[in-house]
Ligand binder design. Structure first.
Ligand code: ZN
Length: 302
C-alpha cells in the first residue's frame, strides 16, 4: 500500500501529537434503496479573512458570537459525499490529499472505516477543482487513488482550470490552486467525462451549474423515488455567514457577487422545498436542512 499522510498522522496520534480532529468522521442517511453518507477528510485551518474580509464587522461580530465562531481562525470540516446504490459507488470530490494541509487528507482512512475501499469507487464527480476537493486525486507516488473510477467534471470548470492562462489571471493568492489543479487534471485528461448544466449524469443524478465560488462550480440534485437531496459543494460554503447573510459577498468566492446570487437562490429553494442539503464545509458531517428565519436562514444538521 502506498504511503499516505494518514499513516503518518496515525503515527503522530500514537505519539500524542494528534492533529485537530473533526467531530464526526462519517454521517449517514439513506435515499431510495441507496446509502448516502459523508466521510470526513479532516478540516481546514484558515484565517478568518479568507471568508470575512470586507464584510461589515459589527454585524459580522454578532453573527459569529451567536455561534461561537472565532473571527480570526476558522477550522471548517471537509465532508466528502458518497452514494452507493447497489450498482454504483459514487464519490463527490476526492478531498485534499497529503500535500495541501496537515489537518486535511483523512478521506481514505475514514472511507475504510465506512467499509469502502478505494477500488470500490466506480464514479468520481467533481463539484469544482479547488485543492481541498481535487488534490486527493493522486497519492504520494502520483498514482490515482481511485484507480477503477470514471471521472466526471462540469465542462466550464474543466475548461477554466485547464487553460494555462488561469495561473496568470487568477491572482497570487490562488496561483497555487491553478497549478495544482492543472497538474492533477493532466493525469485524468484521457478519461475525463465533461458534462453540461442540467445533464443527468447518472440515473437520478442531475448537475446544476452554481457558479461564483469558481466559474464552473456544479451542485447535484440526487433524486431517488420521491426523495431528493441537494449536494451543494462550496456553493454554500459555511453554516454561519452564508446562512445568516447569504447575500453578503464572501472573499472565499472567486466571483463574490455571482456566488452571492447563486447562494441566495439555493437557500430559497432548499427552504421552500424543505429539501435536505449536503455541504462540503457544513458542520456536524455536512448533512442538514435549511430553515428560513425572517430574512435569513439557519442550518439544522441532520
Ligand atoms: Zn472547499
Amino acid at each position: 500500500m502506498p504511503l499516505t499522510r494518514r499513516h503518518l498522522l496515525q503515527s503522530a496520534a500514537a505519539a500524542g501529537l494528534a492533529p485537530l480532529m473533526p467531530r464526526r468522521l462519517v454521517a449517514e442517511t439513506t435515499i431510495g434503496s441507496g446509502r448516502l453518507i459523508t466521510v470526513s477528510d479532516g478540516n481546514l485551518v484558515l484565517p478568518g479573512d479568507f471568508i470575512f474580509a470586507g464584510m461589515p464587522e459589527a454585524d459580522l461580530s454578532d453573527i459569529l458570537a451567536a455561534q461561537g465562531i472565532d473571527r480570526q481562525r476558522l477550522t471548517p470540516e471537509c465532508n466528502v459525499t458518497l452514494w452507493q446504490d447497489g450498482e454504483q459507488t459514487v464519490l463527490f470530490d476526492v478531498g485534499a490529499g497529503s500535500t495541501f494541509m496537515d489537518s486535511a487528507g483523512e478521506l481514505l482512512g475514514n472511507l475504510e472505516a465506512a467499509g469502502v475501499s478505494p477500488e470500490q469507487v466506480t464514479v468520481v464527480v467533481f463539484t469544482h477543482a479547488h485543492p481541498d476537493h481535487i488534490w486527493g486525486l493522486l497519492d504520494d507516488f502520483d498514482d490515482l487513488v481511485f484507480p477503477e473510477a470514471r471521472y466526471l467534471m462540469g465542462r466550464a470548470e474543466w475548461d477554466y482550470w485547464w487553460d494555462p492562462e488561469t495561473a496568470e489571471t487568477i491572482g497570487t493568492e490562488r496561483q497555487a490552486f491553478a497549478v495544482g489543479a492543472r497538474r492533477r487534471m493532466e493525469v485524468i485528461e484521457d478519461r475525463i467525462e465533461r458534462f453540461e448544466d442540467g445533464a443527468e449524469i447518472l440515473p437520478g443524478l442531475a448537475a446544476i451549474l452554481t457558479p461564483g465560488h469558481t466559474p464552473g462550480h456544479m451542485a447535484f440534485e440526487l433524486r431517488q423515488g420521491n426523495e431528493a437531496t441537494l449536494i451543494v459543494g462550496d456553493a454554500i460554503g459555511n453554516d454561519h455567514v452564508a446562512f445568516a447573510r447569504p447575500g453578503w459577498e464572501a472573499n472565499s468566492d472567486q466571483d463574490p457577487e455571482l456566488a452571492a446570487r447563486t447562494r441566495v437562490a439555493l437557500m430559497d429553494r432548499l427552504a421552500q422545498e424543505q429539501m435536505p442539503v449536503i455541504g462540503f464545509h457544513l458542520s456536524e458531517g455536512g448533512m442538514g436542512h435549511v430553515e428560513r428565519t425572517g430574512d435569513a436562514y439557519r442550518y439544522v444538521p441532520l
